[in-house]
Design a protein around this ligand. Structure first.
Ligand code: ZN
Length: 303
């Protein structure tokens, strides 16, 4: 009996190659070649080439129908070594990427420099986020309490300007401002100005009546935010997130940038699922704050 190590099909004696997978058959499936990594064909070709340069000889790429993926296989005796070499491949890739970024020769890059560059990249990304935040991009959220304060001050300004204006017109009308006596009988002017100042006062008053309402909303909102933050502390911890964004393949080293986008993506998905109706500006703000809490200014701790 002979089996295909990829599709596991059984073949009768005499046949040596799987018709579908084009790979040599084995006697015992438990001893046959095993997949080490899956991915795009082009990348796998590159990895296989790298493995060959490192002296590995049994690697081959094939499509696995069962998992609908292209995989790189190695014979059992080379499996362990292949895993190490592939890890080295991805480290080399990351170092090449960092070298291009820093404009130096990859050969001159030491592990310490690579680490330094990764940290620098992380810091730059954080600075960018911070700058975006302070420019108001992404988070244009204004909390209800500040909104109430804004309403209050603009209502005061409107009422004050309107009130002073009306007082001025009254003084003008009774002739208390001799220098502007001529305007006193300009009823058109007096009427228009009076009407204008009256609108100021009314608008100011209406705005003021809304302040209480907004303050009530503010309290409800603060309660809600407290609740969401508590929930986030449970469902969005560093452990959970890191687990979720870990590469499916342990041989893959991910760059800071990749990790950042994956983490934010995951956090967004989880939070959206839990609070689908949350105001989108508030959503962004809370997400942002949680990310900072977990990942920013923590370089010193993970050494
Ligand atoms: Zn097969």
């Amino acid at each position: 009996m002979a089996f295909c190590p990829v599709c596991k099909n059984e073949y009768r004696e005499g046949i040596t190659i799987c018709h579908d997978c084009k790979v040599p058959l084995v006697e015992d499936l438990n001893n046959g070649p095993a997949p080490v990594i899956y991915g795009e064909r082009e990348q796998l070709e590159e990895i296989l080439q790298f493995c060959k340069e490192k002296g590995l000889t049994t690697g081959f790429i094939t499509y696995n129908e069962e998992s609908d993926s292209i995989q790189l296989y190695f014979e059992r005796n080379e499996l362990e070594e292949a895993t190490k070499v592939i890890r080295a491949f991805f480290m080399k890739k990351e170092i090449d990427r960092l070298a291009v970024m820093a404009g130096i020769d990859p050969k001159e890059m030491t592990p310490e420099m690579a680490r330094e560059l990764q940290l620098q990249e992380r810091k730059e990304m954080e600075d960018m986020r911070r700058a975006e935040r302070s420019r108001g991009i992404g988070t244009s959220y204004v909390d209800k309490r500040s909104k109430a304060a804004e309403y209050k001050s603009s209502s005061l300004v409107l009422s004050f300007v309107g009130g002073v204006g009306i007082l001025f017109l009254i003084l003008l009308y009774v002739g208390a401002i001799p220098a502007l006596k001529g305007w006193r009988t300009n009823y058109m002017f007096m009427g228009v100005m009076f009407f204008l100042f009256l609108i100021f006062v009314i608008t100011g008053f209406v705005t003021f009546t809304k302040v209480g309402e907004i303050l009530e909303e503010a309290e409800k909102e603060e309660d809600f935010i407290r609740k969401v933050k508590n929930v986030m502390e449970i469902i969005l911890t560093k452990d959970i997130i890191d687990q979720a964004v870990a590469s499916a393949d342990p041989a893959v080293t991910q760059s800071e940038e990749e990790l950042y986008f994956k983490r934010v993506d995951y956090m967004e998905t989880v939070l959206k699922e839990k609070y689908p109706d949350m105001d989108s500006d508030l959503f962004e703000k809370l997400l942002d704050e949680r990310y900072c809490e977990l990942y920013e200014n923590s370089e010193d701790n993970d050494n």
